[in-house]
Ligand binder design. Structure first.
Ligand SMILES: [Zn+2]
Length: 202
């Protein structure tokens, strides 16, 4: 461990970790000026799970991951690809069939020309908060279920739509309602606000 790493670990232990970035549930707006300098701390809190380090989206992914303590220990790789069907996909790596769920690796597959690089950090966190909800779902279901899920997701529009809306709700449950307000594709703004009020997030 480097000296910097040691000092950071010490700081994390002394402050209980999360206080360094504030209570994730209460943060209304993630701005680059405040949270950019906290990247090293976030990496440490997340066990350097997000790669490659130095990617322009790494900060937003690390912040979103902090909202999902149940994903601790899972590797999340940011990958770019040309000519993909969706701008961002929370992909379930096929190799996971051979891994225990705790050792799953996940890939955020991003279209090379996707809008995500050009929006605010706060909106990026909202988008990745939704994607983390998919990783949470994958992490909670066995591979055999995922095969059934993939078949349903690809063939039933209704199932697809409801699955995506549920991911938005999961992100709100994880304290990311404020981030979703400006960017959610599946729940309407009024639905997000209603859900936040019901769950006491407003
Ligand atoms: Zn989705």
């Amino acid at each position: 461990m480097t000296l910097k790493g040691f000092i950071l670990s010490f700081a994390v232990v002394m402050t209980g970790g999360l206080e360094l970035i504030g209570q994730p549930d209460n943060i209304k707006y993630y701005d680059k000026e405040t949270f950019g300098p906290k990247l090293d701390t976030l990496r440490l809190l997340n066990g350097n799970a997000v790669t490659p380090q130095g990617d322009p989206l790494e900060l937003a992914v690390n912040i979103a991951l902090q909202h999902y303590p149940e994903l601790k220990g899972r590797d999340i790789r940011i990958k770019y690809k040309k000519n993909v069907r969706h701008p961002i996909t929370a992909s379930w790596a096929a190799g996971n069939v051979f891994r225990s769920r705790k050792k799953h690796k996940y890939v955020l597959l991003i279209a090379s020309n996707a809008f995500i690089k050009h929006i605010s950090l706060n909106d990026q966190v909202g988008v990745f908060g939704h994607e983390m909800a998919h990783f949470k779902y994958y992490s909670e279901h066995p591979s055999i279920h995922m095969l059934w899920w993939a078949a349903k997701y690809l063939t039933s529009k209704k199932f697809h739509y409801e699955f995506e809306r549920e991911a938005d709700r999961t992100a709100i449950d994880h304290g990311l309602g404020h981030q979703l307000l400006g960017i959610a594709f599946y729940l309407k703004r009024s639905e997000i606000e209603d859900y936040m009020k019901k769950s006491g997030a407003f």
